[in-house]
Design a binder for this molecule. Structure first.
Ligand SMILES: Cc1cc2nc3c(=O)[nH]c(=O)nc-3n(C[C@H](O)[C@H](O)[C@H](O)COP(=O)(O)OP(=O)(O)OC[C@H]3O[C@@H](n4cnc5c(N)ncnc54)[C@H](O)[C@@H]3O)c2cc1C
Ligand code: SF4
Length: 508
């Protein structure tokens, strides 16, 4: 009797455990574009197009390799509308009762599969370097689960940038050489872009017709949609951008959307590239003398460190993690996040780029859109929903810990030892946004004062009880306490007035 082999839209790898365990001669691969997945949040049209196009091409590839694939397109009349529904339909069609599935990357779908009345074997997804058991072992008995220590374990495990049992160059982390302010003329020509072929065009037409109201620009579409293209995109990054990746990792420039970032997260997350091969390509560039250690170490840390760590946290903390709101922030997400006009140049550029590209780099997400949401007191559930829907690389296992934990501190400090908040000074140092802004970054109060300067102090005073004894935040409170009282009152009153206008939907 044949079994069904489920392959989800973010599991597009021949190395997938369910495919490795299946028998090509007898088992039937099931892939489906379903409304339950397109509609659980209003995904960016580019994200839907990327996943569907890559799924269709992967299905064609599997067929070429001799697999029987039952593929359901979104507009097929028989489409059952959900993954469990499609499995049941295919089970009836083929007579199969057993299903081999690779564990999905979010609790919602894991629970849906567990509730499906079929004999489903959920295999742990071994595309990740750390298994659930390894992460739990590492976490056991620790007071704080800090990424840096986990990362060192992953270095030892993979042997990446190791010199015997010592880190290459003797330090584990070269961030002191990274994160420089951007000089003129940095950045390269951007990531490799791909002209849509017939399959992609068909998907673009479908997405255009079915999701006309979703936030985001569909065309031009230039993502890689198969493994061959993704490998070329990676090689392009390694050659042109990796050498300066570290130094200007945190920079933000008006005219450079990508700077030296890789734009590989969508490809790794859906299975077109493996995390390890991406890191090995970077390590090879270092060995060949084509990229310096600070860049290569910084890049590899993002993947075997941060990426693996946030995935571990997501499963360690359990299904209610994305709904945490430990700072009890309640304000609704302002319409500027959906493209309404704002005079704040940094936010308008980050949102515009997100709308056009389904991409913003880490510092735009953390220190512009995330920072503003946090200091303005936005409900983290709404912030989470926004990040989950607008980025091409957004899947809950990676998005939620980054948003709810790292960016909004809504987990109460599981991930971050202090909240990532800043006044306008940080944005000014790392970007060229402020020079073109209607607000004045150096102005602390009064007409034209940068809203980040006001809200930063408002946030710290709102949450004083929680943070004033945090050793990493003492300086902030001491600076505030040294300010003369009249100035403090003015800052807080102006912050309140700003928040009132924000909540009333005025253009701020
Ligand atoms: C609020 C917020 C939400 C985020 N949501 C997502 C998300 O939904 N999906 C996602 O993949 N990343 C997310 N990130 C992490 C990070 O911003 C993106 O991985 C990165 O911007 C992807 O672009 P890139 O490939 O050009 O990355 P690069 O800067 O070139 O980094 C290389 C790779 O490192 C990995 N990486 C870097 N930082 C992280 C991180 N913090 N967590 C996990 N992986 C990381 C990614 O795979 C990335 O491709 C989020 C960060 C923040 C602050
Ligand atoms: S002045 Fe303030 S609001 Fe304007 S770009 Fe700079 S940080 Fe953003």
């Amino acid at each position: 009797m044949s079994r069904l082999v489920l392959v989800l839209g973010d599991q597009l790898s021949e190395e997938l455990i369910a495919l490795r365990r299946a028998d090509k001669a007898t088992d039937v691969v099931v892939m489906a574009e379903v409304a339950a997945e397109t509609d659980y949040t209003a995904h960016h049209p580019k994200k839907i197009a990327l996943i569907f196009a890559a799924m269709r091409k992967f299905a064609a590839h599997l067929r070429k390799e001799g697999w029987e694939v039952r593929y359901t397109q979104l507009d097929d009349t028989e489409n059952a509308g959900s993954i469990p529904g499609e499995l049941l339909r295919r089970a009836e069609e083929t007579g199969a009762t057993e299903v081999l599935a690779t564990e999905p990357g979010e609790w919602r779908l894991i629970e849906a599969l567990r509730d499906t009345p079929l004999d489903i074997t959920l295999l742990e997804d071994d595309r990740f370097l750390a298994s659930h058991a390894e992460f739990e072992d590492w976490a056991k008995g620790r007071k704080a689960l800090r990424m840096e220590y986990f990362y060192r374990e992953m270095r030892r495990k993979t042997g990446l940038l190791m010199d015997g049992d010592k880190p290459e160059g003797s330090d584990w982390n070269y961030d002191s050489e990274n994160r420089k302010p951007p000089p003129d003329g940095i950045g390269h020509g951007g990531p490799m872009s791909f002209t849509p072929d017939e399959t992609v065009e068909e998907v673009l037409d479908l997405v255009e017709a079915r999701f006309p109201k979703n936030f985001g620009t569909l065309r031009p579409f230039h993502f890689a949609t198969d493994r061959g293209q993704a490998k070329r995109a990676l090689a392009h990054f390694i050659r042109h951008a990796l050498p300066e990746f570290g130094a200007y990792q945190d920079a933000m420039l008006d005219e450079h959307k990508y700077l030296n970032h890789a734009l590989v997260s969508p490809y790794i997350n859906i299975g077109l590239l493996s995390a390890l091969e991406v890191c090995e390509a970077a390590a090879e560039a270092y060995r060949a003398g084509d990229a310096p250690l600070n860049s290569v170490e910084g890049f590899i840390r993002q993947i075997i460190g941060w990426r693996e760590y946030v995935r571990g946290i997501y499963f360690h903390e359990g299904p209610e993690y994305p709904r945490r709101n430990r700072l009890n922030q309640q304000r609704a997400l302002p319409s500027l996040y959906w493209g309404a006009e704002t005079k704040m140049r940094c936010l308008s550029k980050a949102v515009e780029q997100t709308r056009d590209e389904a991409y913003a780099h880490h510092i735009q997400r953390l220190m512009v859109t995330g920072n503003f949401a946090l200091i303005a007191g936005i409900d983290p559930a709404e912030v989470h929903e926004w990040y989950l829907s607008v980025y091409a690389d957004a899947f809950e296992w990676v998005e939620a810990p980054n948003t709810v934990g790292m960016s909004q501190f809504a987990d109460g400090g599981v991930i971050a030892s202090k909240p990532y908040v800043s006044s306008g000074a940080y944005i000014d140092r790392m970007s060229d946004y402020c020079g073109h802004c209607a607000y004045k970054v150096k102005q602390k109060t009064g007409e034209g004062a940068c809203p980040f300067n006001l809200l930063y102090w408002h946030f710290l005073t709102r949450h004083r009880e929680r943070f004033e004894n945090n050793p990493r935040m003492g300086n902030m409170y001491r600076t505030w306490d040294r300010m003369d009282e009249e100035k403090r009152e003015t800052v807080l009153a102006e912050a309140e007035a700003f928040l009132k206008r924000l909540s009333a939907g005025e253009t701020v």
